[in-house]
Structure formats: structure tokens, C-alpha cells
Design a protein around this ligand. Sequence first.
Ligand code: IVH
Length: 690
Amino acid sequence: MNQRQAKERIEKLRQEIDRYRYQYHVLDQLEISEAALDSLKHELYLLEQQYPEYITPDSPTQRVAGKAIEGFRKIEHRERMLSLEDVFSFEEVEAWLERLRKLRPDASFDFYADPKMDGLAISLVYEDGALAYAVTRGDGRVGEDVTHNIRTIESIPLTLRAGSDQERSSFLRAYASACDVRITKPFLEQLRGRIEIRGEVYMTKKRLQTLNVILEKRGDALLANPRNAAAGSIRQLDPKIASERGLSFMAYGLYGDHGVQTVQARYTMMSLLGFPINTNGSYCKTIQDVKKVFDRVGVKRSSLPYWIDGVVVSVNDRVLGEALGVVGKTPRAAVAWKFPAEQGTTVVRDIQVSVGRTGALTPVASMDPVKLAGTTVTHATLHNEDEIERLGVKIGDTVIVEKAGDVIPKIVKVLPNLRTGKERAFVMPTHCPICSSPVLRREGEVATFCANPECFAQELARIRHFVAKPALDIRGLGERIVEQLIQEGLVHEEADLFALRPEDLSGLEGFAELSSQKLVKEIQKHTKPSLARFINALGIRHVGEETAVDFAKAFGSFDAFRHATRDELLNVEGVGDVMADAVTAFFADEKNASRVNRLLKYVQPDSAAPASKGPLSGTSWVFTGSLSSMSRDEAKALVRGLGADVSESVSKKTSFVVVGEDPGSKAQKASELGVEILDEQAFLRKIPKK
Ligand code: IVH
């Protein structure tokens, strides 16, 4: 992007963000997800860092949004209510610390990490121990007096808790080095003067659910999410409404001079004074400890009773923290480390067409890299022409992309306001981009197909699927080699692989005699695959790894499976009409049948059904996210070997969901259904020791 384009982009982003920020802060009604809005803001922030000359005071990065609502008294904050800079990866946290170290090379840093609650920031001011008033953030300097509503929240003390002598002295002992006893001690004893507590008002997941049931019965508008719910409830003029909403509060900040000099001690003191603090918050000696807290909280996230969207990392030493100062609207001494967004925004650079193993032409968008749910995404499937039309997506468009759980990223929305006029429409090719045969789109179908069954791309995709890890798992047959084998006419279908001789290969580019022998030997090692792997390897539409295991268990032999009637197929748990039809259609197709017959001349799938008795028999497992002690495939094989079932999706029948790092939405689903969630340690404990 050149400077002029950057300037244009910055201006467009500002307008778009402003529009959404108004929806979000004033109307409590956001058209797009918060993650998508964050992503736009992050892009603007990065562009402004690159071109600081274009930063203007009215840029969304420079101010806290929100207008005071008419009807509430305005109150000026004694200390500005700031917000936090977002970071999205450990590298960004490290970079933040690096910047602080440069500013203060002499200082040593330790931290406090606290879950970032998804709710509404509130400042509570106590005078001589009694709640005097409660104020929303507003624009950061002036907020609205919402004391009448805040008083209905039971977790907020109306008078500060004094605590016993013993509690006070053990606090002062524990934090002797973090407190100025001459100030802290008399304050705790007398609770005189002014103290300000800041924290988040939020609604629990359960409360939101029950409340929506009530609202629906009454015919009232439902609350979209807990943040909206909290914000909407606090901004009611009638405290009866706030009261029935059942809000909660979590404290995270203590202001005023009370002699307490670390964040950690302040949290403990707030708890002593009667405020709920997050029990998942923790002191961290090093930045690695911060990462541990972030990972641990991430695993717990879906099973927590409230919504969180990250972890706030603060420099523990408040004297140092204050000295580090404020840039714009954010303090240097803290950052919000957000959980990987499942939605983000990016720009579509091109739309290419790929040909799959069924011959379907799939348009795929290539995009500027965007981080979603922990991984960098550069491609999103657009499925077919109808989908492109439905989305209205053009090459050059800024789009919202989503990655839910382990599924392939998809484009969910186009942001037409960010268009420059240079966008181009996509046109489906009339000929296969691989073999140049004409393509066809049958009446009533959405997919366009390459009509040539010998199309190189189809052969390639079928063979690649056949040898891939969850199928026959033949090593040494990477994309380039399979391509070569097809191009040389040595391989057209699966059976051809087994007919290869070393001398066929040795003439190929990059193949010495030794490697030819090695590859042939490797292929020949796979003539007795398990029935499940063999079924999966055939590449029947809709039949994936897990279903193949179910079929293998149910039918026991390949013959029984290929001759199964539709009803017999439907009897297998988890198999519905679409899958049953796909299996019968596959074997009814003459070409497939002959492909399979030829293959069976070389390959005899193991007929024994996988072991079904073992210490984990009768349990059903789902895995999501990555584990550190083994791969997900190894973990699945491990529990299967112990007699358990493994499934791809969480249902009421699931016994356990094992949640690794960067889990998908399955963890959320599990907690909604009340299914037991195991982290890696708990999972390993369930595995009987040999
Ligand atoms: S510390 C300078 N800790 O996140 C503000 N904030 O953008 C320091 N929030 O407006 C805040 N949970 O409302 C802190 N554990 C937590 C938090 C938290 C939620 C909110 C807060 C603030 C926003 C930061």
C-alpha cells in the first residue's frame, strides 16, 4: 500500500468505525460482531503507527466513545477512566514489555493478570465508608450518575466492609513491602475519606438466558449478549428494571491515596473491603507466568459462568506504572491480551477456482493474512457462484471472515462502505482451469463441475486424499510427487500406486535408485489397512474419518459395507439421509465400482472391527485444540484403543470434551450442554496407567 492509499484507507476506516461505535456505545446495537469491529480498529491502529502524520485528534484510536445519555446527571471523574490497548498474541505482549524496558531500563517488571470481563465499566465512589455515587465511563472524563441502578446490584457493598482486626493485620503483614502502613492501616481501621473502586458490571450467562425467556414471553426485545444486557440495564431510568435484571459486579481497580503500591495488594484490599474480585486473577513474576495464566483462563473460559474476552495484564508496581504514563487514552502500564478472535476483517485480493476430487469447481478467496482463533488465515472458501452472489463479494472488497471451531474459514459479510471503486466482479470460468474441458452446472444444482472424470485435478485430489494421514497414511507421497506420477501417466487411480515398480520411478526427476526402492517399499507396507482407514480413503462424499470408524464398527467387513442397503446404513448411529445416499450413490457408480474392484486386488482391508471392550468402553470423546504431549490423532487413537468412541461434534451423548490450546467452539458447546470438560492434565489422568 502506498502513502496515498494508506491515507484513503485510514479515512474510510475511521468513518466505518465511527458508525459502528455509535451503534455500539449509544444504541447498544451493533450490526457486526465486536471481534470484527476490533479487527477494523486494529488495522487502523497499525496504519496510524506506520503513518503517524495522519493521526487526528478525532480518530477513533484517540478517544473513548460514548455520549452521556440525556436524563442522567453528569459527573466528572476525578481521574480519567482510560481504556486499554488490545494485543492478540504473546509476541505482542513481549513487544509491549520490550517497549517498557526501553523506557525504564533500570526497572524490574512483575505483573498481575486478571480475566477481562465482558460488561460495562463502572466507577464507585465511597465517602466515609458509604457508597456516595456510581458513574459510567461516558467519554472517559464525564460519565452518567447511575447510582440508583447500581444500588440494586447485590454484589456491590453499600458500605465498605471493615473486616476483623486479625484480617487487617494479616493483610498488612502479607503486603508489608507493598504498603505504606502509616496510611493504609488507619484507612482500614476507620474507612475515612474518599475511595474509588472501579470494576465491571456484568450479567451471568445463565441470568441472560432466563431473562430472555421472560422477555420473549412478554413480547419484549431480547438482549443480544451480556455486554448489551449489562449496559442496557444500567442505562434504565427506572431502577426496578435494573433490579429485575440481576446484574453482578467484579472489582479491578482501586483509586485514591491509600498507601497500597502494587496491583496485587490492591486486589486483595478490595476483596477485604467487601468487593468480589476474580479468583482466576493472579500475580505473575514473569511474562512466561502471564502466558500460563492466559492459557489456563482460556481453557476455563467456556465453563465460566460469565463472559470474558481476554486477560488484562498490568505492571504490578503502581509507582512504576504511574511513571510510565498515558498515551492518548491508554495507560502504558497495562494491555488487554484478547482471546483469538473468531472473526476479523481483511481484503480479498483474488478469487481463484480449485477443482476437488468430485470435480466440483470451488471459488476460493485469497486474502491479506488475518489472525483468527489463533491461526493466520489467507484463504476462505466461497463454496459456489450462488454464495458469491448472496454475499455480493468482489475482488478488492474488505470483508468479515469467520473461523468457527475447526471448520474452514468463511466470508460472512462484505463492508461495501470501504470500497474504492476499483473492485472487480468474479466470473465463473466456462472451462476447467486445470484440464480445460468445458464445465457444467446441472439444473437445480449450485455447484459447477468439470465434466472430465480424468481431469488432472480430480485425480490429484483423490490420490492425495487416499494417501493422507487419516486415510492410508503413506509417507513420501507429497503433492509434488503425486503430481509427477500423474503427469508421467504412471498413476491415474489408487490401484496404480500399488503396481508401481522401482524402475518406473527411477527415471523421474529427483528420484535416485535408492529412493525409488524406498518409496515402493513404503507403498507396499500399506496393503492391509484397517477397515476404517480404507473406507475413509475412498473419498466418499460426506464420509469423514469419524464416520468411517462408525461404519467399520457397524459392518465389520468391507463387503458388508459396500453391499449395505440404505436402511442398514441409516441404522448406524449418526448417519442421516445425506450420508446414506452418498454411500449408495458412490457404489452404484460404475466407475467407482471398477476403481474399488481394481484396488481390492492389491489391498485387503483388515476385517476385524476395532476393539470395543476396554476400560473406556461406553464413553464418547470429542477433542478440540492442540495438546502438548501428543497430537490430536494420537489422542484419538489412544482412547479408541481403550474402547472409547470418538466423535467430531459435541452432543448430549458426549461423555468428555478434551480441550487443548486454541480450542474451537466445541468447548463452548460442551459447557452449554453441561458435558464434562477436561484439560490436558485431567485427560491424561483418565488414561489408565499401563
Ligand atoms: S483494568 C485503564 N481489568 O476493559 C483501564 N479492566 O479497555 C484499566 N475490563 O474499560 C482497567 N475487565 O471496563 C481492567 N479485569 C479487568 C477488566 C477490565 C474488564 C474493561 C474495563 C475497561 C476495558 C479496557
